[in-house]
Design a protein around this ligand. Structure first.
Ligand SMILES: [Zn+2]
Length: 304
């Protein structure tokens, strides 16, 4: 059966749709199960469909990082209820993409307050076409927009006994990325600046994303982390600092090889044809189309 893909989901799945792996198929949310991993100190990682979720349980409420897709709201809520009877008081968005913010509206209707960098509201309210797919999401209004935004370099979110340190990471995956760190649990939620598991990271160059910024942020993350840090990537399995260092090497290698071709006067299509990162394709577990897309976004980053 061919499904019609809602624009917000199409934007989030842009790269996959183009890859052919999920050709014209929206995910079947009824089949998604939420897997909960205990990270210690009443902190959990939730995996379903879309961006990973981090949950920190306090004495009078829960802080949750990202919300995946709207149709998964009930399942995510049930998974959180299994680890705490407290209400979800705050949701923090790592960035605006629909696979991380889709559930915001329903969680705010439940009484949570969504906290985000101010650029997330800008991107949700006035969407820009995806650089690869040309798809534009419908504008968000009302409860679908974060109620508490911050500008500047950081903010914090607190429930009784738990604090999330939220730090703005400029021009990396998007222009509104936040890192979320729970110091008491030594858990870092990176958003899509770190994205692994059969894929390259997406770089949303249409809204100021840039591979140079991604590398700079991963360097910040490597400084913050120690060998015991539990790193929740935007996509993929829980990571260690050593695995994040490997991921940094992938980004730097791609940047350097594309920069070299640009210095030789190569066009975007030339760079794709030159196949400069075949070895990384295997490391990322990606396919040829994904490699081409990643090269295009890297090229555009370096040209901008
Ligand atoms: Zn994203």
């Amino acid at each position: 059966m061919q499904r019609i893909i809602p624009a917000a989901i199409a934007v989030a799945f842009g790269t996959l749709i183009m890859s052919g792996a999920y050709a014209q198929q929206a995910p079947d949310f009824s089949k998604v199960e939420i897997k909960t991993t205990d990270l210690g100190n009443k902190t959990y990682m939730l995996e379903g469909q879309g961006g990973n979720i981090t949950v920190a349980v306090g004495d009078d409420g829960v802080i949750m990082v990202d919300t995946q897709f709207a149709p998964l709201h009930d399942k995510i809520k049930a998974a959180v209820a299994k680890v705490s009877p407290q209400p979800i008081k705050y949701v923090i968005n790592t960035h605006y993409h629909g696979d991380h913010t889709g559930g915001d509206e329903a969680f705010q209707k439940d009484g949570a307050v969504v906290v985000a960098h101010t650029n997330i509201n800008k991107r949700l309210a006035t969407p820009v076409a995806n650089a690869l797919t040309g798809v534009t999401a419908p504008p968000a209004t009302g409860d679908a927009l974060p109620k508490q935004t911050y500008t500047g370099t950081s903010t914090s979110v607190t429930v009784k006994g738990r604090t999330a340190q939220v730090t703005y990471q400029p021009n990396a995956h998007t222009d509104g990325d936040s890192a979320v760190y729970f110091a008491d649990a030594n858990v870092l939620a990176t958003g899509d600046i770190v994205s692994v598991g059969g894929r390259y990271p997406n770089i949303d160059v249409a809204v100021g994303g840039n591979i140079k910024g991604m590398i700079a942020v991963v360097d910040n993350y490597l400084k913050l982390a120690n060998d015991n840090t539990k790193i929740v990537p935007g996509h993929g399995a829980l990571m260690t600092k050593a695995q994040m260092a490997q991921y940094r090497t992938l980004l730097v290698t791609a940047r350097d090889r594309v920069a070299k071709l640009i210095s030789e006067g190569k066009s975007e299509d030339d760079v794709v044809k030159a196949k400069p990162i075949q070895d990384l394709e295997q490391q990322a577990g990606a396919n040829e189309t994904a490699t081409a897309n990643f090269l295009r976004l890297t090229y555009r980053s370096l040209k901008s």
